[in-house]
Design a protein. Structure first.
Length: 403
């Protein structure tokens, strides 16, 4: 990711239309209400009920219960035209909140620590505005309120349920509030924005014994240690240095006592990459390394390897559309971060495999207000000024795409 100062840039309120500025207190109220009632993936019942209540109150057509807790709403413009989808994820994380704020999570051990409460709020604000201004665009805007982005993933089951059909979606956009960028900035780029996410679980089976008599054993810890080191050579020696990829072993468990050689060792890890041509490569190479080292030591292994999300790949024309809109909302060129990337993953990727679209970052950090903790941190919070900025960006994207 491009290194960017977290000093917030001035937000030009004049570029946010008066009606959306007026909506800001309501956006804050919605966001804080959602923040107090966080729910894990596929359990977003309170969240979905709140969304449905708002949509019904505004006279917006919607369907509930898609992929368990998902909601799809449609707003038709003044005349027939293209169909643009706006996606917002709804789920929270299994984290105990440490913020001492009046709107602190009321659900023990669950917290909106990634900004999804803000995503829902921005989508709701956009839906409200467009429902009051149907004469400003042609075609249809379809709002996809998606469960379970944090896992196991709600995008794919929503697609399988037909959310991109009836009417058929021509393009899709979405945003992520982003505390790695300061308030007043937008991170948007063509091509890969976020990485593929692949996971593996491996058990090394050796032969246990006494720590003082190692010749009678097959030390699973020694085998596992060699595997961990060897896995780092995949990126270093099998991937073009111009490419970006990472292999991480995040968990390693083995042993029970000082003087006992462990019979088994268990490890878990993740692989990240941007280029889709790596699909299948890392799983095969990891197994080759594990198999070879185990054979050399007389150990055996069991390996589970699976893909969670593909990389998030933005369509060039849709990325250009979002950038052109952003340049009219934030201070340009300082406010545009064109090479903003992260090895984090997102199941928005599945939508972008189906239709052209653009996923982008909306800077939300403000260290001056102690609002710069990273995502998934128990003190994560963001500057709520970003909410009205998000609505303005979405509305302008609709007006430009559906003109």
């Amino acid at each position: 990711m491009v290194s960017t100062s977290l000093t917030p840039l001035p937000v030009d309120v004049a570029r946010i239309r008066t009606e959306i500025q007026t909506l800001q207190p309501q956006l804050v109220e919605w966001r804080r209400r959602l923040h107090q009632k966080p729910e894990l993936g596929f359990r977003e019942h309170i969240t979905a009920e709140f969304i449905a209540q708002q949509l019904q109150e505004w006279g917006i057509e919607y369907q509930t219960g898609i992929a368990k807790t998902g909601i799809v709403a449609t707003i038709n413009g003044k005349k027939p035209g293209p169909v643009l989808a706006i996606r917002a994820d709804m789920d929270a994380l299994p984290i105990q909140e440490e913020n001492e704020v009046p709107y602190k999570s009321q659900h023990d051990g669950v917290m909106h620590a990634c900004g999804h409460d803000g995503h829902v709020t921005i989508a709701l604000g956009t839906a409200y505005y467009l429902s009051q201004h149907r004469d400003t665009f042609r075609g249809t805007v379809k709002f996809i309120f998606q469960p379970a982005e944090e896992g196991p993933g709600g995008a794919k089951p929503m697609i399988e349920a037909g959310v991109l059909k009836n009417p058929d979606v021509d393009a899709i956009i979405g945003l992520h509030l982003w505390n790695n960028l300061p308030l007043g900035t937008v991170g948007v780029r063509r091509g890969a924005l976020m990485a593929a996410v692949e996971l593996f679980n491996c058990t090394i089976q050796g032969r246990g014994g006494h720590g003082a008599i190692p010749q009678q054993t097959i030390d699973s810890i020694v085998v596992a240690a060699q595997i961990v080191n060897a896995l780092q050579t995949i990126v270093a020696r099998n991937v073009n240095p111009i490419e970006s990829a990472v292999v991480t072993v995040g968990k390693l468990n083995a042993g029970t006592a000082h003087n006992v050689i462990a019979a088994a060792a268990k490890m878990q890890g993740t692989v990240r990459y941007f280029n889709p041509h790596f699909e299948g490569f890392f799983g095969e190479r990891i197994e080759q390394i594990i198999r070879g080292i185990c054979q050399a030591h007389g150990a055996s292994y069991e390996l589970e390897y699976y893909s969670l999300y593909p990389p998030v790949i933005n369509d060039e024309r849709m990325a250009d559309l979002v950038r052109s809109v952003a340049e009219n909302v934030v201070e340009s060129p300082l406010g545009i971060v064109p090479q903003c990337q992260t090895m984090g993953g997102e199941d928005m990727a599945f939508f972008l495999q189906e239709v052209p679209g653009c996923y982008f970052f909306l800077g939300s950090a403000n260290p001056e207000k102690d609002l710069a903790y990273p995502h998934h941190h128990p003190r994560f919070n963001f500057d709520e000024t970003a909410l009205s900025m998000g609505v303005e960006l979405f509305v302008r994207c609709v007006e430009k795409f559906c003109s």
